[in-house]
Write a protein that binds this ligand. Structure first.
Ligand SMILES: [Zn+2]
Ligand SMILES: [Zn+2]
Length: 704
């Protein structure tokens, strides 16, 4: 909408004036304040029949406006559309929805059918998922999207106002004057102006404007307008056009939850306090005084959530906590597109109804026979937690990545928190020899020998209800926030937040028996925390090891040395010692110390060495030279060997002591610098070096 170019002028007055002009220009450009006659509006609609769409069509078009892209899914054997709308570019991703494209697509198919009038528009959408899944984010995203859509030309909506004399036309002109004289009085339900067309002529007229889906326009005006309309038409002797020309002005309007226009939310309070007027409105005492009767429809206050939502959307939070009496209102609104306010005529309603609930409530609902009618009238859409690591990590990065002002976030901090959350959600694989952690990695796209893409689909299929239980992102978000405000031992602010701080916070939560799951769950979650700690240790050990052995010259020397020895060995030759110039036997100890790093047994060493020489020979035939980097296994072997050699020369274990000589310190600084190149800061680089050193000091020689 408005561009964000910086305003640069010398003084505040000029800046204000410029800002104001830009704002009003943009409003004019998008014609937000458009007003016109009824005939002007008909002209607009004949050019763009979509202006008179129903609420479902509007919602569908709004989502499709941002486009889709077919993406490969790891969990089904076909591509799944990704709807860019749910990335929430509008708010920089603040309401982005990650990792449930498949479920969103199921929802979108239903929205599409509803928008075409296939029957789904007469059912309520019920998002079902565990606490803290994206249910309410989806509803928020739809609501915010509709609001923004109403501000652009594509999403324009129009309604009409009455001349106040027409609306407040009392027999006594003095009395009329007293109320709103000279003003325009808007339709309290912001009806489409086309609903002013006399019913018996309406269908033909709508068709002539090119409107094909007009069921929602074939209902009566809101009771207040209908009352005035009938009265005036009589006065004008049935001259519809004259009546409209003299009393009606058409206006564009925009949706807003804050202004209570077209976007509504209903959240049940405790049962005693539920009051049907919250949904369907009530007589206003003030209006009753004006109109002199509580049966005059103009005395009615059309401010129930349903009326507010007319032409837009209504969200029912925890819908199944709703008092049964209200469920009838919900049923009517869903099935008949009508609401029945207390003591007043039925009112037509055009709104998208989106409800959500969690599993325990839903199970009660399914068992309750009294709820059968509603059950038939809902489209259930499952919204599970995410089960892919990268996307889960994205949620936390989005939330906290920007808010850690000035603090560094150590590598793997978000990933380890996300990984733990995922492990709590995944079902133990039935596949023999596959750990839960490996299953998570498979889901995340990692190649594990022996598993095909098809296996991953099967793993997901066999795990019924996966993602419908476990720990919600909210739990992680809270613990990340807690870790963020953690102070050092001396009460100082910490410069860097690392995975251990977050895992410690999570451990604390698991001690509290009220916060997460059942006792049994918590025990399992705690065990999973240990799995994550191991995984983290492995990752940082690898990082440290890579940093130590990232010396390319040394690797190249080692590679050359090894190949020379292998060559001499396979050809039963001697090798020339570079220092002494003496002919010597190939260095068996060197070769074995490398081969052992990649588990080549003594009995296989001859084969292995021959394979290498064959490989080098084949390269030579092509005129190519051997490059160890092209061979993953050898690279790994050389790195591990180099690490083993170097970890002693830099006395990694001495890091746990306080006295370090200058030479060692220099070597450590080089390693730290390499870690810092890979996302560590000074603090966490030192931390992981000490951590890894302490592992080696304990005698854990496993270096991978
Ligand atoms: Zn009205
Ligand atoms: Zn750091």
């Amino acid at each position: 909408m408005s561009d964000n170019t910086l305003i640069q002028t010398e003084n505040l007055g000029a800046t204000l004036a410029l800002m104001s002009r830009r704002y009003s220009d943009s409003r004019k450009a998008s014609e937000i304040d458009w007003t016109g006659s009824f005939e002007n509006y008909c002209e607009l609609v004949s050019k763009k029949p979509g202006l008179a769409r129903n609420a479902y069509q509007r919602l569908y078009d709004m989502i499709m406006l941002e486009g889709t892209e077919m993406r490969k899914s790891r969990f089904v054997r076909r591509q799944v559309p990704h709807y860019f709308f749910f990335d929430d570019k509008e708010h920089g991703g603040a309401q982005a929805i990650f990792g449930i494209d498949f479920n969103l697509d199921i929802m979108m198919k239903q929205v599409e059918s509803a928008s075409r009038g296939y029957g789904q528009e007469r059912r309520a959408f019920l998002l079902l998922g565990p606490v803290g899944s994206a249910k309410s984010t989806i509803a928020s995203r739809l609501k915010a999207g509709l609001e923004a859509y109403s501000y652009i030309p594509d999403g324009a909506l129009h309604s009409f106002s009455w001349k106040s004399q027409a609306y407040f036309g009392f027999a006594d002109p003095e009395r009329t004057k007293k109320f709103y004289d000279g003003e325009w009085f808007g339709c309290p339900m912001r009806e489409d102006p086309l609903k002013l067309i006399p019913m018996q002529e309406r269908e033909v007229f709508l068709k002539s404007l090119g409107i094909t889906n007009y069921e929602h326009l074939m209902t009566e005006l809101c009771p207040a307008c209908f009352h005035v309309y009938e009265k005036l038409l009589k006065q004008y002797d049935g001259d519809f056009l004259r009546m409209i020309r003299e009393n009606i002005q058409v206006e564009r309007f925009t949706l807003s939850e804050a202004r209570r226009v077209g976007i509504a939310t209903f959240q049940p309070k405790d049962e005693k306090n539920q009051d049907s007027t919250e949904l369907t409105g009530e007589v206003s005492n003030r209006n009753e005084v004006i109109f002199g009767s509580d049966t005059d429809p103009r005395a009615f206050n059309f401010n129930g959530e349903f009326q507010v939502s007319h032409r837009g959307i209504i969200e029912f939070v925890e819908v199944l906590k709703l008092d049964v009496a209200f469920l009838y209102d919900l049923l009517g609104a869903t099935q008949e597109h009508k609401i029945k306010p207390k003591k007043f005529a039925q009112t037509a309603l055009d709104t998208v109804i989106i409800c959500h609930t969690n599993e325990p409530e839903y199970r009660k609902f399914i068992k309750n026979e009294g709820m059968e009618a509603l059950r038939d009238r809902t489209i259930r859409i499952t919204i599970p937690y995410g089960v892919t690591l990268a996307e889960e990590e994205e949620i936390y990065k989005r939330d906290y990545g920007r808010k850690f002002f000035g603090r560094h976030i150590a590598p793997y901090t978000f990933r380890m928190a996300a990984a733990w959350a995922l492990l709590t959600r995944l079902k133990e694989p039935k596949h023999h020899g596959l750990s839960l952690l490996q299953k998570m990695q498979l889901y995340n796209g990692k190649n594990i020998p022996g598993f095909t893409e098809d296996n991953v689909v099967s793993l997901r299929e066999e795990a019924e209800n996966e993602g419908m239980s476990g720990v919600s992102p909210r739990v992680i978000q809270t613990q990340l926030a807690n870790a963020l405000v953690t102070m050092g031992d001396k009460g100082e602010a910490l410069k860097c937040v690392n995975p251990f701080m977050v895992l410690r916070q999570i451990e604390e939560v698991l001690k509290d028996d009220s916060k997460v799951g059942t006792e049994e769950d918590r025990k399992r979650y705690k065990d999973l925390l240990a799995v994550i700690k191991d995984e983290y240790s492995d990752l940082v050990k690898r990082d440290v090891q890579m940093a130590i052995s990232a010396d390319e010259d040394a690797l190249l020397r080692l590679s050359g040395n090894y190949i020379d020895n292998v060559k001499a060995y396979t050809q039963r030759e001697k090798i020339k010692n570079k220092f002494t110039g003496n002919e010597e036997q190939p260095d068996e100890r060197l070769m074995r110390s490398i081969e052992e790093k990649i588990d080549i047994p003594e009995t296989r060493k001859d084969d292995f060495r021959r394979e290498i020489m064959n490989y080098i020979g084949a390269l030579a035939l092509d005129g190519k030279k051997f490059d160890y980097k092209k061979n993953e296994r050898l690279t790994k072997a050389f790195e591990l060997k180099l690490f083993e050699d170097q970890k002693d020369t830099i006395k990694l274990t001495s890091l746990v002591s306080t006295v370090i000589d200058k030479d060692t310190q220099e070597k450590i600084d080089i390693v730290k610098a390499r870690l810092e190149k890979n996302g560590y800061c000074d603090v966490c680089a030192t931390d992981v070096l000490q951590y890894v050193a302490s592992i080696f000091a304990r005698g854990d020689q496993k270096a991978e």
